[in-house]
Design a protein around this ligand. Sequence first.
Ligand SMILES: NC(=O)c1ccc[n+]([C@@H]2O[C@H](COP(=O)([O-])OP(=O)(O)OC[C@H]3O[C@@H](n4cnc5c(N)ncnc54)[C@H](O)[C@@H]3O)[C@@H](O)[C@H]2O)c1
Ligand SMILES: [Zn+2]
Length: 366
Amino acid sequence: VKTIEVAAPGAPYRAVIGAGLLENCGDWLRPFARDGRLAVVSDELAWAAQGERLKRGLAAHGLAAELIVLPPGEGAKSWRGLEGLIDRLAQAGLERGDALLAFGGGVIGDLAGFAASIYMRGCRLIHVPTTLLAQVDSSIGGKSGINIAAGKNLVGSFHQPALVLIDPACLDTLPARHVRAGYAEIVKYGLIDEPAFFAWCEAHGPSLIAGDAAAREYAIAASVAAKAATVAADPRDTQGRRALLNLGHTFGHALEAATGFSDRLLHGEAVAIGMTLAFRFSTARGLCAAEDADRVARALAQAGLPTSLDPALETGAALAERMRRDKKAQDGRLTLVLAHGIGKAYLERGVAVAEVAGFLDAARGE
Ligand SMILES: NC(=O)c1ccc[n+]([C@@H]2O[C@H](COP(=O)([O-])OP(=O)(O)OC[C@H]3O[C@@H](n4cnc5c(N)ncnc54)[C@H](O)[C@@H]3O)[C@@H](O)[C@H]2O)c1
Ligand SMILES: [Zn+2]
């Protein structure tokens, strides 16, 4: 079992990582239970796949789950989903000092995190992430939220968890496509500022995707440590450091929007294309060696991730306009995470929308 401290100012917590942790979770969770009960929110698929293991781990220590299981899918991250969850928490008699345990992927984590931040003006939150994306990204850092008609994640809060329990064995039941999508966020940490970790991904990515338990555990711990360091340095995403985690995301969000946030393109798949585009755009601007951009594309492609624009999707101008509308745009100019090379990402402000549109049109033709 590996423990990583997340030094969020005023609210430090631990992320504990270990295969088989679920069966032993009672040890960790007992301090958060009242009268032997703990409120658990999950979705139907995550619960069907992994819920028995959590129940066993709780039961071994005389604990039981007060269970709330929601339908799977992004739709749960909505006003309606939030209202339903909060009502259920109230019905279950959750009190202010109690804890809410989020058991699922990023959807459940974001929704439960937001609910925990406002229920009774805030109750404690425990993340037990069950997707690779949630294990390496969304469960660390305290961002929570829901989607509204105007866009994704536009309503939310910062609410750090009290504890994060990560069991890589949860991934044994995760569909391969979701494993690959989560892997894109792992590669991202290497591309931002850890070239040696990127090289590790080049060497071990395919076996990680194929199910190598040791590779999974190593990559999860490295990713959690990278995100923890970033969060500690810039907890509220105001100093530019945490913004680097958006590498590939402004391009990616435009692609997700253009595909209607549907199963056509998962978030991690959009980020894979987006990171490749960010490096190619950096090359086009004369900032980054073409070989580095090629390496990025190759590493993602060998993991089964998409790396190129679908020419049938939308024009460069339409995609660039979507990027402008992304919440990071200022005065009609784009703030993008670009790179001077692998492990050398930086924040570029004031990129003209027309330049991005032209670049995307050229990329569509390739
Ligand atoms: N808060 C943050 O910092 C942050 C960061 C990145 C992404 N996010 C959010 O995360 C969400 C995406 O998260 P996600 O990719 O985990 O999607 P998800 O939560 O929808 O999970 C993907 C699918 O896997 C199923 N599932 C979960 N665990 C399983 C398991 N162990 N075995 C089998 N099936 C399982 C789920 O039911 C779901 O159908 C988005 O809403 C995104 O906005 C938040
Ligand atoms: Zn992401």
